[in-house]
Write a protein that binds this ligand. Structure first.
Ligand code: FAD
Length: 469
C-alpha cells in the first residue's frame, strides 16, 4: 500500500468547499490513498455567502442568487439532493435610474447592449444624438483582437459615451462593483469582443446569436434566469459541510505562511500548528496570496490588483409604510444620477419567499469605485443616506422595522486590463517554483458562484493529475 498523500485546501468559501466535495468523492470512488484537510480562517464556512434569518425574513447579506444558465452549479445542486429546495426569481419590470429619472429597462438588450437597431431606437435613456452615435457600431471598424482593452474603451469606441454611461455601465460594472475604464474586456465579457471580431458589429452579432425570447403561456409567470433556495443561499454551504467527512474541516484557523520543503509544503497555522501537504489548493482571494507566500516575488503583482468595497443595506418595512410603491423588481443607478445608492432590489417581489405576507424587503448597495469611503460610515449614516435616496422615487412614511448592514471591504476582486496574461504568467511561475500549489476561486477565472464551483471542480482534476504523476 502506497503511503497516504495529504491535500490541503485553504479557504472554506464556495470554491474551497466545492473542491473539498469533489476531491472527497474522487478519493472514495477510486479508493485513492489521499487525505484532505480544509483550513478556514473564520468560525463559519461559506465566505461571502451569508444568509440571515430574522423575524420571518430570509436576508442575503452577500450574493443573492446564481445564474441558471451556467450548468455546473445546478449539476452540484442535483448531486447534493437540493433540487426540491430551489426557487427561481419572479420576473418583473426592472429599471434604470438615469439622470435622476427612473426608466424601464430598455427592451431587446443583452447586459444593456442593444441587440438590434429597433432596440436602440426605442431606448428612453438615450438622446437622438446618443442614438445616432450608437448606430455607428454597425460601421466602426474592428479593434485589435490580441491586445486587451477596458470595457469602457471598447463600448465608447463602438457606441459612444452616452450609451456607455446611460445604458451599459450600471449593468456591466454593477455586477462586479468595478470601474468600467479598468475592467478587462477579455476577462469579463469576452463575448462582446468575439462578436465584434466575427460580425464586425456587436449589434449585428447579438441579433444573429442571441436566442429569441420564448413566449410564455398567458397567466403563467415566466421563469427567472436566477435561482436560490427556499431557506437562502447558505443552504448550499450547509449541505456541502454535511457531506464532508468529520475531521476534514479546521475552522477558526488561518494559514499564515507556507514554506516549500524537499517533499511538499509546510503550512504554518495561526494556532501555532504546522500542517504538511503534498498539494495545496489556495482558494482565498488574491490579496492573501502575497502574504502567505511572502518570499515569492512573482505573487507581488497581485498587490496592485484592486478589490473594491461595497455595503449592502437591507431594510424591512410593513407594507403600510410605503406609499407610491413602484411596480417592479428593482433598479440600477447610472453614475450621472445624484444618488449614493448604486442599486436596489425589491426583494419581497423578486424573491417572494424571503418576506412574510404584508412586509417589504428592500436591498440596496452603496459604494462604487471612486466613492468607496461611504462604506465606512456608521450604520445610522448609511441608513439615512439610503432612505433619503429611496424617498426621491417612492414615499416612505414610517421608519424601517429593522436594517441589516453588511460591509464588504476589498471583497470584489477586479479583473483589470491584462488580467488573462497576468494570471497566466503567475500560474506559469507557480507551476515552476511551487509545483503542487494551485490558485483557484473568485479572483481568477470568474467571480460568479457557478464559476467558483466550476473552478473548485477543475482544480480537483489538476491536483489528482499532479499527485498521480
Ligand atoms: P470567498 O467566499 O471569499 O472565500 C474565501 C475564504 O477564504 C473565506 O471564507 C475566508 O475566510 C478564507 N480565508 C481567507 N484567508 C485565509 C487564510 N489565510 N487561511 C484560511 N482561510 C482564509 N456571485 C453570484 O454568483 N451571484 C450574486 O448575486 C453575487 N453577489 C455578490 C454580492 C457581494 C456583496 C459580493 C461580495 C459578491 C457577490 N458575488 C455574487 C460573488 C460571489 O459571492 C463570490 O465571488 C464567491 O462567493 C467567492 O467564493 P470563494 O470561495 O472564491 O471566495
Amino acid at each position: 500500500m502506497k503511503p497516504s498523500k495529504q491535500i490541503v485546501i485553504i479557504g472554506g468559501g464556495i470554491t474551497g468547499l466545492s473542491a473539498a466535495y469533489y476531491i472527497q468523492r474522487e478519493i472514495k470512488a477510486k479508493k485513492l490513498p489521499y487525505t484532505v484537510k480544509l483550513v478556514e480562517a473564520s468560525e463559519r464556512l461559506g465566505g461571502k455567502i451569508k444568509t440571515l434569518k430574522r423575524d420571518g425574513f430570509t436576508i442575503e447579506q452577500g450574493p443573492d442568487s446564481l445564474l441558471s444558465r451556467k450548468p455546473t452549479a445546478m449539476k452540484l445542486v442535483k448531486e447534493l439532493g437540493l433540487e426540491d429546495q430551489v426557487i427561481r426569481n419572479a420576473t418583473g419590470q426592472s429599471y434604470l435610474l438615469v439622470d435622476n429619472k427612473l426608466h424601464k429597462m430598455p427592451k431587446g438588450t443583452y447586459m444593456g447592449v442593444p441587440k438590434n437597431v429597433r432596440s436602440l431606437l426605442s431606448s428612453t435613456v438615450l438622446s437622438s444624438k446618443g442614438k445616432i452615435r450608437a448606430l455607428a457600431d454597425i460601421m466602426v471598424s474592428k479593434g485589435k483582437a490580441d491586445t486587451d482593452q477596458s470595457l469602457g474603451a471598447f463600448f465608447r469606441r463602438r457606441f459612444g459615451n452616452e450609451l456607455l454611461v446611460n445604458q451599459v455601465e450600471a449593468l456591466l460594472s454593477g455586477i462586479h462593483s468595478g470601474n468600467i475604464d479598468q475592467m478587462s474586456l477579455k476577462a469579463t465579457y469576452p463575448t462582446f469582443l468575439e462578436l465584434e471580431q466575427t460580425y464586425g458589429s456587436v449589434m449585428k452579432g447579438l441579433s444573429k446569436t442571441m436566442p429569441k425570447p420564448t413566449k410564455t403561456k398567458r397567466n403563467q409567470p415566466s421563469s427567472g434566469a436566477f435561482f436560490s433556495f427556499k431557506n437562502g443561499l447558505e443552504t448550499l454551504i450547509h449541505r456541502l459541510e454535511d457531506k464532508l467527512d468529520l475531521g476534514m474541516l479546521h475552522k477558526g484557523t488561518a494559514v499564515d505562511h507556507i514554506e516549500k520543503k524537499n517533499h511538499g509544503y509546510h503550512l504554518l497555522l495561526s494556532d501555532g500548528n504546522v500542517l504538511q501537504a503534498d498539494a495545496v489548493i489556495v482558494s482565498t482571494p488574491h490579496l492573501t496570496v502575497p502574504k502567505i507566500f511572502s518570499q515569492y516575488d512573482f505573487f507581488h503583482v497581485f498587490k496592485g490588483v484592486p478589490a473594491t468595497s461595497t455595503a449592502n443595506v437591507v431594510l424591512a418595512f410593513d407594507q403600510s409604510a410605503i406609499k407610491n410603491d413602484i411596480d417592479g423588481t428593482g433598479f440600477l443607478v447610472s453614475r450621472n444620477s445624484n444618488y449614493q445608492i448604486t442599486a436596489c432590489t425589491w426583494t419581497h417581489k423578486k424573491w417572494p419567499t424571503t418576506s412574510p405576507e404584508g412586509k417589504i424587503l428592500l436591498r440596496c448597495y452603496v459604494g462604487r469605485p471612486g466613492n468607496e469611503d461611504i462604506v465606512d460610515l456608521s450604520d445610522d449614516e448609511l441608513t439615512d443616506i439610503v432612505l433619503n435616496d429611496l424617498n426621491k422615487i417612492m414615499k416612505i412614511k414610517d421608519d424601517p422595522e429593522f436594517c441589516v448592514i453588511t460591509r464588504w471591504k476589498n471583497a470584489r476582486p477586479q479583473y483589470t486590463v491584462g488580467h488573462v496574461e497576468r494570471l497566466a504568467e503567475v500560474r506559469r511561475k507557480t507551476e515552476r517554483y511551487l509545483p503542487g500549489v494551485f490558485l483557484t476561486g473568485c479572483s481568477y477565472d470568474g467571480a460568479g458562484i457557478p464559476d467558483c464551483i466550476e473552478q473548485g471542480e477543475n482544480t480537483v482534476s489538476e491536483v489528482l493529475r499532479f499527485l498521480q504523476d
